[in-house]
Design a protein around this ligand. Sequence first.
Ligand SMILES: [Ca+2]
Length: 182
Amino acid sequence: MIDDVQVLDAVGNNRIANSSFETSATGWAAEGTESQSGWEASEGYASAHCYHIRAVDRGDNQINRVRTLLTSALAAGTINVTIRAKVRWIKGFPEVLLRLRGNWLDCGGEMALPPNLGTPGARNSRAVNNAPPAIVEVNHSPVLPAANQPIVVSARVSDPQGLSSCCSDIGWTRTRPTPRWL
Ligand SMILES: [Ca+2]
């Protein structure tokens, strides 16, 4: 994800017209290996929207890129320019490169990856060897018993280890409370 793209000239003016992507990705073109990139409606940096870069292969300075025009050109060779953006890694190669046309100024960096990327294939931390039985479709009859009327509670119970003991643990007596307005 990329947001708040800035190319600041010597007096601090941002030459990127659509830097925040808050209404659209207007002005940005995704090409070649990055042609599936586009406006991200679900999140942004301290905002609601950003630009989502999707690359099927590496980028380059020819056709495999995401680009936009500056609002007005910088003189080639100008060095007093700041290039920056907010970026967030999701997956894939963690480096990003921002550059001006002609490559006379660029800004490259490696995005911070989460320290723990999970444990694919590993046992879940909550796993147990013998989980309690699953109890579903719980019903009681009659639905509206009279005071002190016995009722039958039924349920469907299953357990891969069998049900030899679970049913004896289920059993209780309760007196129906006086109905009240809800
Ligand atoms: Ca934004």
